[in-house]
Ligand binder design. Structure first.
Ligand code: KG4
Ligand code: ZN
Length: 365
């Protein structure tokens, strides 16, 4: 598809309802005209995790408003849109269905093309939206729902080098916060505590570092934290502020060590294939962690690799990445019809073996 394209994107695969509009001339940089995100944290807070049915209903109620807000923010009308892009998976199926049905309704009513987008491709293509990164590059997706290393070679061409076999790191941060009575989302709270903690007081495991390859595991870390917490409580009758900070610092240090070492291995594999394109990009909410970012930057510097992280609003779940991934697919000639299905699982790399674990926030791939 040639010429300027203006794409409306919808995202509803987890606990953020989002609509965005992205425009790109044939040769220019993509431009985000609107990026509306309505989170559901308050709705799920009383339950200590995302409740799929509540999420799906909230998406169904909010999507229309998100679209209206996106049009108003960009000063456009639906007549200015060239195609509708929507997350068709992977994710919590009720939420994905809400988005796909909304997109089908819009596409049918307006007579517009429909483009289904893999949510993970949205994250993985974000460095092209924000920095016009050229293919190939190495991507680390690290969030509450995902954790994997991908070589991005084209809009529909990804090779997975490894990923988590159970929890995603964000889930581990969230569970750690819950075990220590800290607020959700747990990542920022644990990071804050860790800043005043002694990372050496408690030694947590570094799972799978003794095995070759880039696969990771974070669920044992949470169990280790639970045991250590209970041992401290049994000994002292409770947790002091310093105990909490030291537990957070020890936990975060373990996550940082695992991600750093696995990134080093993924980079070695990637650079052996693509020595002339030394770029590592990260995305996902956990990429906001300053300790993780700092260590990844060091790993990249040691390997002569450029490190890039999109602005936080585009690292976490959003619809601008879905609109942009849809734009790339549409430009390449891809299009879906009314048979487009909502998929709970949808691996980016069809040749890679399935990763274990569904996870609280939906399937990992
Ligand atoms: O990408 P995201 O908004 O949503 C998905 O999970 O798809 O990521 C949210 C996750 C949460 O688990 C949250 O605790 C984590 O990212 N997170 C962090 C930090 N900020 C957010 N984890 C560690 N350190 C942070 N500073
Ligand atoms: Zn995501």
């Amino acid at each position: 598809m040639t010429g300027t394209l203006t794409i409306l994107g919808l995202e509803s695969s987890c606990d953020d309802t989002a609509a965005a509009i992205v425009r790109q001339t044939e040769t220019g940089a993509p431009e985000i005209l609107a990026n509306i995100v309505h989170g559901q944290t308050d709705l799920h807070a009383p339950f200590g995790g995302v409740v799929p049915e509540i999420a799906a209903r909230a998406h169904a109620e909010k999507l229309d408003f998100c679209v209206e807000e996106a049009l108003a923010a960009s000063d456009l009308s639906l007549q200015d849109i060239d195609a509708i892009a929507v997350t068709a998976g992977p994710g919590l199926i009720g939420g994905v269905l809400s988005g796909v049905m909304c997109a089908k309704g819009l596409a049918t009513g307006l007579g517009l093309p429909l483009v289904g987008v893999n949510h993970l491709a949205g994250h993985a293509l974000t460095p092209r939206l924000t920095d016009q990164a050229a293919f190939p590059y190495l991507m680390l997706l690290v969030s509450g729902g995902h954790c994997q290393f991908l070589i991005a070679q084209g809009p529909d061409n990804f090779t997975r080098l490894g990923g988590t076999i159970d929890d995603a790191p964000g889930e581990a941060f969230d569970k750690t916060a819950r075990l220590l009575g800290l607020p959700q989302p747990g990542g920022p709270a644990v990071q804050k505590q860790a800043q005043t903690g002694d990372a050496k007081r408690f030694r947590f495991p570094r799972p799978l570092l003794d095995r070759p390859g880039c696969d990771m595991s974070f669920s044992g870390l949470k169990t280790a934290l639970l045991r250590t917490r209970d041992a401290v409580i049994a000994e002292k009758g409770g947790l002091t502020h310093q105990d909490r900070a030291d537990l957070c610092a020890g936990f975060q240090a373990a996550v940082v060590d695992v991600l750093a070492e696995k990134t080093r291995r993924a980079l070695d594999q990637y650079l052996a294939i693509s020595p002339s394109q030394p770029l590592l990009a990260v995305a996902g909410g956990v990429a906001a962690n300053t300790a993780i970012r700092a260590r990844l930057e060091t790993v990249c510097a040691d390997n002569g690799t450029i490190f890039t992280a999109p602005p936080l609003a585009l690292c976490t779940d959003n619809a601008a990445m879905i609109a942009y991934a849809g734009l790339e697919r549409f430009r390449a000639g891809a299009q879906d019809d009314m048979t487009l299905a909502a998929r709970p699982r949808w691996p980016l790399d069809k040749t890679a073996p399935a990763l274990l674990g569904g996870g609280k926030k939906g399937a990992k791939a």
